[in-house]
Design a protein around this ligand. Structure first.
Ligand code: FAD
Length: 346
């Protein structure tokens, strides 16, 4: 019997990959007609374990350190290992010291080094923090790439389907439904993130640039074709209605502060995603009657999905969940993975 994953966001697809790598038959169901329509589609795609330590737990840093390697192995060529540049306008330069005090893994760089890293930012900032070990990817391409990889490895998708197919049996169900789980998961809340895409041939950036500000710290992440993702607000609500005028202004102001040529850029898309989060903003693998759930990816879905998916796959393979046990008795599963023995991968 296969394992069913509910939800084809980054958590669901990463879990599908980890399970199928272990020789486990996997099916994925998603309410939407295509994969990656939830919060995952609006993400910046920053694999920024060091920067996220500024407001996050040490666990985010530790669990996220190997993320770029996981993505590179899953999707060769998808990861840009260019680091992150953290800047602040002159009047906010104290924010850089505060950020530095709360993080590690950076070097201070001056105007010349900033110009070498990002020639289009020459002369714009006197000093910055450079986190050389960080990386980023294009979330939409990554989701499409995972989907193709999973299809090629025999994973079956039921798209446009919001429930477990009634004519089939599953060894376990793994719920990765993102913000939809807020209604049924105690302690889970929504944190709204608004973003936009700007397009301009006037500016080239190689890496995410974070602009510190006492009230609205925001970032610009370069994509292909002269596009830039500008994100993201952090609002304590699960209202996923259209972006507000205030947020639009804040995001555009931040982009303009990074480079005035963004003032002439075209706004080609705006978007809103709900980040599901627990009180400590750390994700969890939760037990469910029929299997498990991965919940609370907050603002770290791309950074932490690899670790969460691996943890879940290990628990399933260790036979921790009773309904999963029959899978290990199937000869087909043992054939697929030579190290299946007595309900555990050894
Ligand atoms: C603006 C913004 C910027 C972000 N930037 C970053 C970043 O730079 N780096 C980073 O690591 N993270 C970032 N994040 C966070 C990241 O996007 C989320 O943590 C991640 O997308 C959550 O993934 P998920 O798979 O849990 O949920 P989702 O991506 O929301 O996927 C859930 C899926 O479940 C499906 N579904 C729901 N209910 C059902 C049902 N009943 N049956 C079947 N399917 C169902 C939905 O259709 C959806 O496809 C950002 C988030 C936002 C909003």
């Amino acid at each position: 019997m296969p394992v069913l994953i509910k939800g084809a966001g980054v958590a669901g697809l990463a879990t599908a990959l980890e399970l199928s790598r272990r020789g486990i038959a996997v099916e994925v169901v998603d309410a939407a007609e295509t994969v990656g329509t939830g919060a995952s589609t609006y993400a910046g795609g920053m694999l920024a374990a060091f920067c996220e330590r500024e407001a996050g737990d040490e666990a985010v840093l530790m669990l996220g350190l190997s993320s770029a390697d996981w993505w590179e192995e899953a999707l060769p060529g998808a990861v840009f290992r260019k680091g992150t540049l953290v800047v602040a306008a002159g009047r906010d330069s104290g924010e850089l010291d505060r950020f530095a005090a709360r993080t590690r893994g950076y070097e201070w760089v001056g105007g010349n080094a900033i110009a070498e890293l990002e020639p289009d930012l020459a002369g714009r900032f006197e000093r910055a923090l450079f986190f050389a070990e960080e990386a980023h990817l294009d979330p939409r391409k990554a989701m499409a790439g995972l989907y193709e990889t999973l299809i090629a490895s025999g994973v079956h998708f039921h798209l446009g389907c919001s429930d477990v197919p009634s004519d089939r049996s599953y060894a376990a169900v793994v719920e990765c439904t993102g913000a939809a789980a807020i209604a049924t998961t105690p302690g889970l809340r929504g944190v709204r993130g608004e973003m936009l895409f700007l397009e301009t041939p006037e500016i080239s950036l190689s890496r995410p640039v974070r602009l510190l500000h006492p009230r609205h710290p925001l970032y610009v992440v370069p994509r292909e074709d002269h596009r830039f993702m500008v994100g993201a607000t952090m609002i304590e609500t699960d209202d996923d209605g259209p972006i507000t005028a205030r947020s639009l202004m804040e995001l555009l102001n931040a982009a303009y502060a990074v480079h005035p040529a963004f003032g002439e850029a075209r706004v080609v898309e705006t978007g809103v995603g709900i980040r599901p989060a627990f009180a400590d903003n750390l994700p969890r693998v939760l037990d469910r009657d029929d299997g498990f759930a991965i919940a609370g990816m907050y603002r770290h879905g791309f950074l932490l999905a690899p670790t969460m998916a691996r943890q879940l796959a290990e628990r399933l393979c260790a036979g921790e969940h009773p309904p999963f046990t029959p899978v290990f008795e199937e000869p087909a599963a043992a054939d697929r993975h030579p190290s299946f023995r007595h309900g555990a991968i050894q």
